[in-house]
Design a protein around this ligand. Sequence first.
Ligand SMILES: *[C@@H]1O[C@H](CO)[C@@H](O)[C@H](O)[C@H]1NC(C)=O
Ligand SMILES: *[C@@H]1O[C@H](CO)[C@@H](O)[C@H](O)[C@H]1NC(C)=O
Ligand SMILES: *[C@@H]1O[C@H](CO)[C@@H](O)[C@H](O)[C@H]1NC(C)=O
Ligand SMILES: *[C@@H]1O[C@H](CO)[C@@H](O)[C@H](O)[C@H]1NC(C)=O
Ligand SMILES: *[C@@H]1O[C@H](CO)[C@@H](O)[C@H](O)[C@H]1NC(C)=O
Ligand SMILES: *[C@@H]1O[C@H](CO)[C@@H](O)[C@H](O)[C@H]1NC(C)=O
Ligand SMILES: [Cu+2]
Length: 443
Amino acid sequence: MQQLFFMVLFLVMIGSICVKCQGPDDKWWNRLMTQGLACRNDTCRRNDATCECYLTIEHRLTMMNEKDRILLLPFKGKFRPFNNTTKTYSEDEDDDFIAGDGFGSRMVIAVNRRFPGPQITAYENQNIIIHMRNLMHTDSTTIHFHGLHQKRTPWSDGVAFVSQCPILPGQIYTYSCYAKPFGTSFYHAHIGDQRSAGLYGPLVIIPLSSVNISTPQDDNDGKVYTVAVQDWNHFDEPETLYQRMLFGSFDLQRNEVINTTSDISGAKFSRFHCHSGIINGKGRFYNKLTTHNQAPLTKYDVEPNTEYRFRVIGAATLYPFRVYIEGHKSIRIVASDGFELEPIEVESLIIHPGERIDFILRTDQALSNYLLVAEILEVEPAFKDQHHAAEAIIHYIGADYNDKELYPPKAIPNICSDKEPCKIFNCPFMYYPEKKPNLSDME
Ligand SMILES: *[C@@H]1O[C@H](CO)[C@@H](O)[C@H](O)[C@H]1NC(C)=O
Ligand SMILES: *[C@@H]1O[C@H](CO)[C@@H](O)[C@H](O)[C@H]1NC(C)=O
Ligand SMILES: *[C@@H]1O[C@H](CO)[C@@H](O)[C@H](O)[C@H]1NC(C)=O
Ligand SMILES: *[C@@H]1O[C@H](CO)[C@@H](O)[C@H](O)[C@H]1NC(C)=O
Ligand SMILES: *[C@@H]1O[C@H](CO)[C@@H](O)[C@H](O)[C@H]1NC(C)=O
Ligand SMILES: *[C@@H]1O[C@H](CO)[C@@H](O)[C@H](O)[C@H]1NC(C)=O
Ligand SMILES: [Cu+2]
């Protein structure tokens, strides 16, 4: 009797698993990989019940033309082959290249050949189905969906050794969960330090209701952008950097000690030595305070006199960033970590790893190009001749964009002073940069 009971229970379980899981359809792996997209285009639309995505995980190198097996160098905001100083690649040709900050050539983890991974955009409550294929040679992996509560789907939380066994090299695994709560978030590896090596991508969930919800939300009119900011190290992956934290960080080119930076309150950033910052996988290395290596940057096209939503994702390993837009003294914060806020006008925002902040930019300045800057918040006198920031170009459509505009100089910051103070969203300090509060002013 008992045996029969267990037999029936077993069959019921098998049955429910088979109803639940949906095997991958092989044609989508390569199609989405070639397109650099995450999800099937016949799912994930507003009225679809499901949002079905295919993610292929592989190791790749930055600054490599893999097809022709040629090392790349940054040049005037483009890529050039290392052995030809006059040839540069066009935007169509460089689609398959991974930039980082244009310095050297280091390993990253790519998702559908992209670094960071392509965006998943789902509508609230949709059943998200993610097929994941691990093509790394020896590393196992998982994906965690940051911001999703995983009610009724704890097995899809993606925390290695806690909610699942990691996905082995060569294995395929299917996650299935519900798209809620809505808002800006990201998916990322949840094993070792694979997230810092690039295994992450934006995850945006569009609310179904529009009551008291900031707009624009979906990208159907091309007015919503994603800004994933990351701190970047040229040489080492984070496991090595952890060892260096324990035993000392050295500049191996100059045989010098690298001093630990700290935040304003003195907390040490010894865990991860940062050379530069990147936005959506692209940034520039400043070898001196004002000289950068001309590496290509992410570009956001904007129509003049229009409102754009920027979804900023703190995908850094360790450092907080202060994000501002050159020439634009006011941005409007509308959401934080997926929660809608009473709109607030500020000059900039501070974002820490794991946080997400959405702001609206009014493109009400002169027809030109401006830099979106995410400067790294650190204090270290020894670094006073270095510039650690992530940059992207805000291109007003109609402004020149042919030559010098592709590799603009360091941004001119907005003026913030005692006379013209700037409001900063999510600032843990009373003042930034460092300044002792004048208590008699406060009263
Ligand atoms: C999906 O994209 C393919 C091209 O890759 C296109 O042929 C097809 O019509 C699209 N389907 C939908 C439903 O948009
Ligand atoms: C550049 O290097 C590549 C790969 O080594 C080689 O195939 C190519 O002929 C070289 N081009 C020039 C101009 O030397
Ligand atoms: C370098 O590239 C340019 C432009 O593509 C080409 O005309 C030239 O022949 C190349 N130089 C060499 C040495 O191959
Ligand atoms: C929308 O927001 C306003 C202002 O905060 C509030 O008074 C109103 O009750 C909200 N409406 C709904 C349906 O939540
Ligand atoms: C590191 O810090 C020490 C003590 O503050 C200082 O003497 C030294 O010059 C610094 N090293 C570098 C390379 O800046
Ligand atoms: C602080 O503010 C008061 C009143 O504005 C001013 O008199 C004083 O000089 C300020 N102190 C400092 C250290 O700036
Ligand atoms: Cu997370």
